[in-house]
Design a protein around this ligand. Structure first.
Ligand code: AMP
Length: 437
């Protein structure tokens, strides 16, 4: 198996990226808690019997369910919501090994979990828009990470796989099953079996001989319920607002049933057929499935082994190009851990686009930034900034945006100043010690 520690430059860059994210509670590779045993039913590796001690354990195939278990066991619904967590470490799957596909491999992942309180059900449209903003912000963070590593040629594919209501995904799955039954004899044995077990997985097929027939199958986008349609449209416009280039891929599905709505995948060059370096999706029912309170969630996992293979391939190519032109070798840009610098308290729908742009510029300049996905009352926004330990609140109301004079509040002494947008970064640089790209 490939060991990233062998390559000091890349290892250093990745270690520093890891440190940049907030710390989380530990998630063991072997789950043996009551909630952990429940994960067995979700596990892709299955469980094995430890004959010596007669305990049933499961090697974790991925960490999303473990993070949800940690969220429940540590009562994280009491923390300011949403809770943003990350993890990294080895995962285990019983798969046929090949280049970029191992039985033990490494993932870096992040999850955003948010208690779904009864009052949040009242305004469905607002909730859908908020979820879409969270989805897009998570994807934006991911694209920024890949940017920092200067991994070129990556592509983001997105899709919505609807949700588990009779008028949405289940109805589509039945339609798909019907269509697949009609063309069964043109499919290979794996896909034939999946018609009964999990028709959506047929869409994943890479078999050359099945591609033409898969192209004729019904598409989920034509069968989404109104809420999922509205959510998907909002995700796309949120990505556009953030300048993120994406490709819609109606064949992108997730292997596990608890995923819903947003699914995404990032592919990188130099990896052959196993070219996905990251996969992610929304899973609003998973915490409940594990016995916790109603909670929404979205997350992703980066395949570290594949990421490094791709970076190595890229640097091999750059080295040969440099050797040909006589240029000096490239140094990886890295950043280090820091606490929250700026909380952006925005008010008025017209200011949201400015808040998202400001967040991007500030993060680019090396500051850590939090921007709420929906408008909060001023007092609540400042309270949230305080709870998160932000040093500054950037206050953006309609007046600030029209006048081009932004208000910056220092949270420990309450001092406020007005600054033109271009002076903001300079001012923060003088007050804090950012870690620029
Ligand atoms: P998944 O949890 O299946 O969405 O996988 C997320 C990412 O982990 C993928 O995009 C791959 O980069 C990586 N990955 C998944 N399975 C393996 C494996 N068996 N070997 C190496 N990397 C993997």
């Amino acid at each position: 198996m490939f060991n990233w520690v062998d390559d000091p430059d890349i290892a250093d860059a990745i270690k520093k990226l890891r440190r940049e994210m907030k710390d989380t509670n530990s998630i063991p590779a072997i789950e043996n808690s009551p909630a952990g045993r429940k994960l067995e039913s979700l596990a892709r590796t299955g469980a094995f019997n430890n004959l010596a001690e007669r305990v049933r354990v499961a090697l974790r195939p991925e960490a999303t369910a473990s993070v949800c278990r940690a969220y429940i066991e540590h009562g994280m619904q009491q923390l300011p919501q949403p809770v943003k967590l990350y993890y990294y470490g080895p995962m285990f799957r019983r798969e046929r090994p090949q280049k970029g596909r191992y039985r033990q491999f490494y993932q870096i992942g992040a999850e955003v979990l948010e208690a779904n309180r009864p009052d949040s059900m009242k305004d469905v449209t607002r909730e859908l828009l908020k979820d879409a903003a969270i989805d897009a912000e998570l994807i934006e963070m991911l694209m920024t990470f890949f940017d920092k590593l200067e991994l070129t040629g990556i592509e983001l594919d997105i899709n919505s796989i609807g949700h588990n209501a009779p008028n949405c995904r289940p109805a589509y799955v039945e339609k798909l099953r019907g269509a697949l039954t009609q063309v069964k004899d043109r499919l290979g044995p794996d896909s034939q079996r999946r018609i009964d077990t999990n028709p959506l997985r047929v869409l994943d097929s890479k078999l050359e001989s099945e591609q033409a027939v898969i192209a004729t199958l019904p598409k989920i986008a034509d069968h989404l319920c109104d809420e999922c349609k509205a959510h998907y449209a909002a995700v796309k416009s949120q990505l556009e607002l953030r300048g993120i280039i994406y490709k819609e891929n109606w064949r992108l599905v997730r292997g596990l049933d608890y995923y819903m709505r947003t699914t995404f995948e990032i592919t990188a060059p130099g990896l052959g057929s196993q070219n996905a370096v990251c996969g992610g999706g929304r899973y609003d029912s998973l915490v409940e499935l594990l016995g916790g309170p109603a909670t929404k969630g979205i997350g992703f996992a980066i395949g570290e082994d594949r990421l490094i293979l791709s970076l190595q391939e890229q640097s091999r190519q750059a080295e040969s190009a440099n050797a040909a032109s006589g240029a000096s070798p490239h140094q990886s840009p890295v950043t280090s851990h820091q606490s929250l610098s700026v909380y952006i308290a925005w008010m008025g729908q017209n200011t949201y686009a400015t808040a998202v742009r400001a967040a991007k510029d500030l993060r680019q300049a090396g500051f850590s930034v939090e921007v709420p996905p929906t408008e909060l009352k001023f007092g609540k926004a400042l309270g949230q900034a305080d709870k998160l330990g932000a040093k500054f609140a950037l206050i953006l109301g309609e007046d600030e945006v029209t006048e081009g004079l932004w208000t910056l509040k220092t949270l420990d002494d309450g001092a406020q100043i007005k600054l033109p947008e271009p002076a903001l970064i300079e001012h923060l640089r003088n007050s804090l010690n950012p870690h620029p790209l």
